[in-house]
Design a protein around this ligand. Structure first.
Ligand SMILES: Cc1cc2nc3c(=O)[nH]c(=O)nc-3n(C[C@H](O)[C@H](O)[C@H](O)COP(=O)(O)OP(=O)(O)OC[C@H]3O[C@@H](n4cnc5c(N)ncnc54)[C@H](O)[C@@H]3O)c2cc1C
Length: 434
């Protein structure tokens, strides 16, 4: 019998069952199973069901690799679209001429996987259930948490409570967990996005080899990429708007508009772009694009409360990296907590406290997530030609600047060896500690 067999399991309460929360549950379960240490994971979701909005999500190869590491990469590839070797073809808005095409190797088994968000969430959900990785609760809206010494007590809106050793706040950009510790608000980016999904079969005389295209104009850009085994096209149409024009627009699928608003905003775009927009539903979603200022502390109550995903580092969507960053954090938190538990059970001294473990999670993940926050803002400004040095330049002058800044932009997001980064930070910390 090992020490792990006799130790009580670490009770981990994950608040929020989105992509970040469910991936985190799987990653903690995965690493704890390998380390043969015991964690009891509960996920508390406010909604009545574990469900995602009807839109696409680009899963970069960095995040896809982690899903493969969990042993469900085959299923991921089966629900993804295929971009035919192109991450995005950036085109002029008026004649679709190529500005720059960013290639990507998507013929390997581990490859980027643009999916329907609902397909991805279902895959995570089925895997959590199949592996009995966590107990899933619904209609549990987190309200606040109290420090009660060695543990915390979670209070829900329905007045129920539960106790846990660790609370992981994965409750998105409007995180109640975060709001208990930090007084700040989401920041409006100056842009909104019209969103929808259309059937690829409806497109006629498609002129490009790929379905992954972004048409760029000043103040506006239209992005499409294939999802769901190339049967559907995810459409996101970004427009710069003054705050006064968007007072009624929310970050929500329930915030809708008339298709005519989209067509007016994208007047002058070339025929293939118009064809895509005309296929949108009559009332497409109109989404307010917010992010948060970088937050320099991700854990509270002596490490018993930890933030993850948009709750910790909400970013604009212009790198297509927010969900991937949440998964990276889930992977590293899984590694940290399994090592913390191994230390507790085998009495070696990697961590002297849970707070030290939480700090290692933060040390590995925070700098990279904050870089993604900053560069997402910069990418959005470049695509809409609103970067400071582009403001007084013509469209023609901005085009080469935009191409130059975009070719290599995604390299650092996709190519990080996360496990090597974890080992590096861990050993750096050890050598200063001992
Ligand atoms: C237009 C747009 C396009 C995007 N495209 C991409 C992309 O291509 N690739 C990419 O990687 N990222 C993309 N993102 C970003 C990505 O959607 C987010 O980063 C990601 O969803 C964050 O996951 P999360 O689990 O942290 O939060 P969320 O997905 O917001 O999930 C939070 C969960 O917590 C629940 N919750 C909230 N409050 C409570 C509470 N009080 N109690 C209990 N539960 C609660 C919610 O119901 C929800 O289920 C895009 C974002 C936008 C706006």
């Amino acid at each position: 019998m090992t020490a792990a067999d006799t130790a009580p399991p670490l009770r981990i309460a994950i608040v929020g069952g989105g992509i970040g929360g469910l991936f985190c549950a799987l990653a903690i379960h995965h690493h704890c199973s390998i380390a043969q240490v015991s964690a009891q994971i509960d996920v508390y979701e406010q909604a009545a069901q574990y469900k995602e909005i009807g839109a696409g999500v680009g899963v970069g190869v960095n995040a896809a690799r982690l899903i493969h590491n969990l042993g469900i990469g085959g299923q991921l590839n089966a629900i993804a679209g295929h971009r035919r070797g192109v991450w995005i073809r950036f085109s002029r808005f008026d004649n679709s001429e190529d500005i720059c095409t960013v290639p990507v190797n998507d013929n390997e088994t581990i490859r980027q996987a643009p999916c329907a968000r609902s397909d991805l969430l279902d895959l995570l959900l089925q895997t959590v259930n199949g592996r009995k990785a966590a107990t899933l609760h619904t209609k549990k809206a987190f309200h606040h948490v109290k420090d009660i010494g060695h543990t915390v007590r979670l209070h829900f809106a329905d007045k129920s409570t539960t106790e846990a050793d660790v609370l992981v706040g994965c409750d998105g950009i409007h995180s109640k967990v975060r709001n208990q510790f930090i007084v700040d608000k989401p920041i409006f980016s100056g842009q909104i996005a019209y969103r929808g999904v259309i059937p690829i079969a409806y497109l006629k005389d498609w002129p490009f080899e790929t379905y992954s295209v972004a048409w760029l104009a000043k103040h506006r850009h239209l992005l499409i990429f294939p999802i769901a085994r190339n049967t559907q096209l995810n459409v996101v149409a970004f427009v710069t708007k003054a705050e006064s024009e968007v007072a009624d627009v929310k970050e929500s699928w329930t915030s809708i508009c008339s298709k005519q608003d989209v067509l007016s905003d994208f007047d002058g775009f070339d025929d293939p772009a118009q064809q895509v927009l005309k296929l949108l539903p009559d009332e497409p979603s109109k989404w307010r694009l917010n992010d948060r200022e970088p937050l320099n502390k991700w854990h509270y109550m002596n490490g018993k409360v930890i933030l993850l995903g948009d709750a910790a580092n909400a970013m604009l969507p212009h790198l297509g990296a927010g969900a991937g960053q949440a998964m990276e954090s889930g992977w590293i938190l899984g590694r940290v907590l399994s090592e913390y538990l191994s230390g507790v059970t085998q009495t070696h001294t990697l961590f002297s406290s849970l707070e030290e473990a939480a700090q290692l999670y933060q040390d590995v993940r925070l700098p990279r997530a904050q870089k993604a926050q900053r560069t997402s803002r910069a990418a959005g400004n470049t695509y809409e030609m609103q970067a400071e040095d582009m403001l007084d330049k013509s469209y023609e002058e901005c085009i080469p600047m935009m191409a130059e800044r975009t070719r290599e932009r995604m390299k650092w997001v996709w190519e990080e060896d996360l496990d090597a980064a974890f080992e590096r930070v861990k050993h750096g910390r050890r050598s200063t500690a001992f």
